[in-house]
Structures are given as structure tokens and as C-alpha cells.
Design a protein around this ligand. Structure first.
Ligand code: NAD
Length: 429
């Protein structure tokens, strides 16, 4: 049987790039623990569908440019595909394919009736005006029309896209079908069916997982000294939630650098000031300044990584002093760093579990939109806690029973769910 390896031996398949190889290597490693057939494993190595489009856009100075746009859907066996849209100059088919595969595992682990997707436009969003961003978004949505829909593929914000982007996507889609379809996107403004808890969901979910892990380890969260890298939508909320639960947050950072106080920072005031001045302004604040590299190596108990991918690698992992690492970002720990942490007995709370609060509350948003009824914050928070606790318990128990790392257990649990569905449905035709 010709497998992915043989097929791509002479000519790599279009989506093969370093990030896709990381996602695939994690998948291959997890296969050792999940007892699925070769045929089903082979199916899951391939995305189900990928679309590349050229987006002609008229700029403010009247020039016309064409941007490449991508959407990759990894698996629809459990339901519609779900995943973010990013605007960035690094967006590629391979990056979208890797992130789509991770989304499949994340949704399956949380037992959400979705598969993974990811998409984006290769552009420099900071160089575009609001009018130009709107033109990119509306044209991109129009090009995606044949493959998206509330029962086919649902978008959400990601890097450099936000509530406004989702509102433009929702409007473009709705104008095509002739009526309002809020359930085509999640992470949209509350005024058009967005969730009251979506902005805090990922950061709050990170701390729910940290708290559960502390309880299992017999640590009291309120006695832990924490460092948070990234002070954006995920990191700033995670830092606030940690402080609210009594932990001492001794270091935080953003793209401009970090600040450190071994006696604890006033997170509430930093959070309020960062909302006023915008993300990326921590370097302006008084206090002891550290670089992002130094921040990762501070003496602390819990390190929350909530900035971007590949932050701890073979180079700096031996110098990390934390006893627990929580992955708020996607892919912040390299494969080599993972092995070093396992060897050193450092607990790594893996991304597909730890940052799944966002997609879980997105799922609640979609369900509420479909039913045209809306829950309040307490209701959403309680339902999120139930879902996160259930997934955490399954991962933790499997890791203990089979002597696996939490990442291996999370991936194996998720892959097992997807494989079970593929097996039950059989092969068409
Ligand atoms: P964001 O843009 O709101 O925040 C990112 C933060 O990281 C900012 O404070 C930024 O200044 C900082 N940062 C950027 N480059 C940095 C660098 N080189 N060193 C240190 N800090 C740097 O983004 P976000 O939504 O908070 O996402 C953060 C990560 O979490 C991403 O990996 C994203 O894919 C992942 N994630 C986000 C969500 C969500 O709901 N927002 C859900 C799941 C996963």
C-alpha cells in the first residue's frame, strides 16, 4: 500500500512544511498508544480538503493587489470543521494544514461535535487600513462560499483578526443567502449573537486546567509563584485569573519585554492599563525589566506560555526553573524541549487541552445562535468548567495508567475519539 511517505518521496505534497511535520511527528508518536488501524491512521495524515484562492483588492491609493488566501479542513467525521482565520505574512498551506490537524485533536478531546480547520490570508495586516481589511475579508469570505456554512465549516478570529473581522464575514455570508446567519462564525460582537464570555474563555480555561493539575499534585494554587509570557487576549486574562485565585504572579511579558517582582505584581492594575494603552506596552511600566528570554528562566513554580509558538526549545529548556508549564499558546514547546521536560520531571499541560476553553465557548456560541437563545456569563463559565474538568480527568487518568506524558495522553485520547467515529461510519462509497 502506498502511504503518505511513499507518495511524497519524489515530490513533497503541497502542504508539507516544517510546522506540518511537527504536527505529523506528534501524531506518529501518539499512534504507539492509541491502537487504531493503519487505514484509519493513514486517513488522518491527510487534510480532507484544501482551498487556495487569489484575492484581488483595491487599496486606498487605487492600486489593485492580489493576496493569496487559504482554508484547510482536516476532518469532518464528527461534524462541521471549525477554526480560526489569521492575517499574517507567514500564512501558508502547510501552516494551515498543521493548525487544522491540531484543531481536530482539540475538538475531539473536548468532545465537541467538530473537526479542525484553519485559514488565512498572506498579507501584512498592520500595513492595511480598516477599509482595506474589510475589502480583504469580504472578498475572502466570498471566495470561501462553496466550502463554508454553519453545518460545513465555521470560522473564528485568530492572529490579527477580531470581532470586527467576524462581523464582516457574517454579513458577507448573510447577504449571499438572504437572511442573518450568526452561526457562520464565532467570536463575533455580542450585538450580532456573540458570546458574553468568549473574550475571557481561553485564559479562564488555562487557569481551570492549572488548578486541576495543582489539586492532583497536592499543590495549593494560592502558594504558587507564576510567570506569564504574553499579555494579550489569553495571557492577560490567565494572569488575572491566577491572581484572583490567590497565586502570586511575579513576572509577565509582551512583545516589548517583561517586568518582574519577586513579591508579586499588581496584575489588575497592569491589565487595566494595558487595555487603555493597547497590547505591547509593558516596557513602559515602572519596575524591574527583563527580556523575554530572561522571563522564561525566572525562578518560579508555574510558567504560562501565552504568546506564540516555539518559545522553549532544546537551547533554553535546560535552564527553565518552573515545576509546571501551561501551554496557553499553540505549539510553544518544541519536540526536543518536551523530551527535556519529561526527563526533568517538569509537568507540561499540553496546548490541545490547556487552551481549549476558547473553542469550547465558541461551540457554546454556535449552539446558542442555532437555538436563538442566550445564556448568561455564570451559566457559560459553569458549563466551560464542566467540559474542561471532564477532559482534564480523562487525560490525567490515562497518563497515570499508561505511564505517558500529558501530551501523549491528550493526543492519544483525541485521536482515539476521531478514529472511533471513522471506524463506525466506514468508507464511502
Ligand atoms: P494576542 O495577539 O492577543 O496576544 C499575544 C501576546 O503575545 C501579546 O501580549 C504580544 O505582545 C505577545 N507577544 C508577541 N510576540 C511576542 C514575543 N516574541 N515574545 C513575547 N511576547 C510576545 O494573541 P492571543 O489571542 O492572546 O493568542 C496567544 C496565543 O494563544 C497564540 O498562540 C494563539 O494561537 C493561542 N490561542 C489563542 C486563543 C484565543 O482564544 N485567543 C485560543 C487558543 C489558542
Amino acid at each position: 500500500m502506498a502511504g503518505l511517505q511513499e507518495i511524497s518521496e519524489h515530490q513533497p505534497l503541497e502542504w508539507e512544511n516544517p510546522l506540518f511535520h511537527t504536527a505529523l511527528s506528534q501524531f506518529e508518536q501518539a499512534l504507539d498508544y492509541c491502537e487504531i488501524s493503519d487505514a484509519i491512521a493513514e486517513r488522518l495524515r491527510f487534510p480532507e480538503r484544501a482551498l487556495i484562492v487569489g484575492l484581488p483588492v483595491r487599496l486606498d491609493d487605487d492600486r489593485r493587489v492580489v493576496y493569496p488566501g487559504y482554508r484547510v479542513q482536516h476532518s469532518s467525521v464528527l461534524g462541521p470543521t471549525k477554526g480560526g482565520i489569521r492575517y499574517d505574512h507567514n500564512v501558508s498551506l502547510g501552516e494551515c494544514a498543521a493548525l487544522a490537524m491540531w484543531m481536530t485533536w482539540k475538538c475531539a478531546l473536548l468532545r465537541l461535535p467538530y473537526g479542525g480547520a484553519k485559514g488565512g490570508v498572506r498579507c501584512d495586516p498592520r500595513a492595511l487600513s480598516q477599509r482595506e481589511l474589510q475589502a480583504v475579508t469580504r472578498r475572502f469570505t466570498a471566495e470561501l462560499l462553496p466550502i463554508i456554512g454553519p453545518q460545513e465549516d465555521i470560522a473564528a478570529p485568530d492572529m490579527a483578526t477580531d470581532e470586527q473581522t467576524m462581523a464582516w464575514m457574517m454579513d458577507t455570508y448573510s447577504m449571499q443567502v438572504g437572511y442573518a446567519v450568526p452561526e457562520i462564525v464565532t467570536g463575533k460582537p455580542i450585538s450580532i449573537g456573540g458570546s458574553v464570555f468568549r473574550p475571557e474563555a481561553t485564559g479562564a480555561g488555562v487557569v481551570m486546567v492549572v488548578d486541576s493539575a495543582c489539586r492532583r499534585l497536592g499543590w495549593s494554587l494560592s502558594e504558587q509563584r507564576c510567570v506569564v509570557q504574553g499579555f494579550g487576549k489569553v495571557g492577560a486574562v490567565a494572569a488575572s485569573e491566577l491572581a484572583e485565585r490567590g497565586a502570586t504572579v511575579i513576572g509577565v511579558s509582551d512583545v516589548s519585554g517583561g517586568i518582574h517582582d519577586p513579591d508579586g505584581l499588581d496584575i489588575q492594575s497592569l491589565y487595566e492599563r494595558s487595555l487603555e494603552r493597547g497590547h505591547g506596552s509593558l516596557a513602559e511600566y515602572e519596575g524591574e525589566h527583563v527580556t523575554n528570554e530572561e522571563l522564561l528562566e525566572l525562578d518560579c513554580d508555574i510558567l504560562v506560555l501565552a504568546a506564540l509558538e516555539d518559545q522553549v526549545n532544546a537551547d533554553n529548556a535546560p535552564r527553565v526553573k518552573a515545576r509546571m508549564i501551561a501551554e496557553g499558546a499553540n505549539g510553544p514547546t518544541s519536540l526536543e524541549a518536551d523530551a527535556i521536560f519529561a526527563e526533568r520531571g517538569i509537568v507540561v499541560l499540553p496546548d490541545i487541552l490547556t487552551n481549549a476553553g476558547g473553542v469550547t465557548v465558541s461551540y457554546f456560541e454556535w449552539v446558542q445562535d442555532l437555538g436563538r437563545l442566550f445564556w448568561n456569563r455564570d451559566d457559560i463559565r459553569r458549563r466551560l468548567e464542566d467540559k474542561m474538568d471532564d477532559a482534564f480527568d480523562r487525560v490525567w487518568d490515562m497518563a497515570r495508567k499508561r505511564h505517558l506524558t500529558l501530551r501523549q495522553a491528550a493526543l492519544a485520547t483525541a485521536i482515539h475519539e476521531v478514529a472511533g467515529a471513522l471506524d463506525a461510519r466506514g468508507l464511502f462509497p
